[in-house]
Design a binder for this molecule. Structure first.
Ligand code: RP5
Length: 181
């Protein structure tokens, strides 16, 4: 289990079906760290260890989680089953897959039956999942809301800086710079 803020009870549970999902799930963790939101990261396979999964989902509320971010690929049942058990918001991240390009994961996660919603982000949308979790928590946390507004301002400034560089250098030099990265 990886934790975002030492000594802070985790508000967000980040769970993934396999360590092969880690590069995408890490994006969610990075955003939460940047915004100062505590989290715990766990690997659980709903299919390969259902008993461990039921213990995780059944105890998540008691542990203090307010949101769960669940990522999985292929027949991706982890987010939906979290939503079936955990009474607060669940955000699903469909993993890209080599066989079906992630459509298998996307449809498995987004096509939930009425009554059991999963807020599904884009295929491999780890960063947006982290942001959405922070926005849900910011409904009752003014300081977090301020940090989210500052995050949005930084995004805007980054685009403005890119446009200023383009105007200054022209697109050919800009492209050359991009190839160096
Ligand atoms: C899913 O199956 C996982 O979420 C992962 O995306 C996919 C493949 O898992 P591994 O075979 O890499 O463990 O359960």
């Amino acid at each position: 289990m990886a934790s975002g803020k030492a000594g802070m009870p985790a508000l967000v549970g980040i769970v993934m079906g396999s360590d092969s999902d880690m590069p995408v799930m890490a994006k969610a963790a990075e955003v939460l760290e940047e915004l100062g939101v505590s989290y715990e990261m766990t690997i659980i396979s709903a299919h390969r260890e259902p008993d461990v999964f039921f213990e995780f989902a059944g105890s998540a509320e008691e542990k203090g989680y307010k949101v769960i971010i669940a990522g999985a690929g292929m027949a991706a049942h982890l987010p939906g089953m979290c939503a079936a058990i955990f009474p607060m918001p669940v955000i699903g991240i469909p993993m890209h897959t080599t066989s079906l390009g992630g459509r298998d994961s996307l449809y498995s996660i987004v096509q939930m039956p009425s009554g059991i919603p999963v807020a599904t982000v884009a295929i491999n949308g780890g960063a947006n999942a982290g942001l959405l979790a922070a926005k849900i928590l910011a409904v009752s946390d003014e300081e977090l809301l301020s940090r989210l507004k500052a995050y949005s301002r930084r995004l805007k400034e980054q685009v403005e800086a890119k446009d200023a560089k383009l105007k200054e250098q022209g697109y050919k030099a800009y492209l050359d710079d991009m190839k160096k990265i």
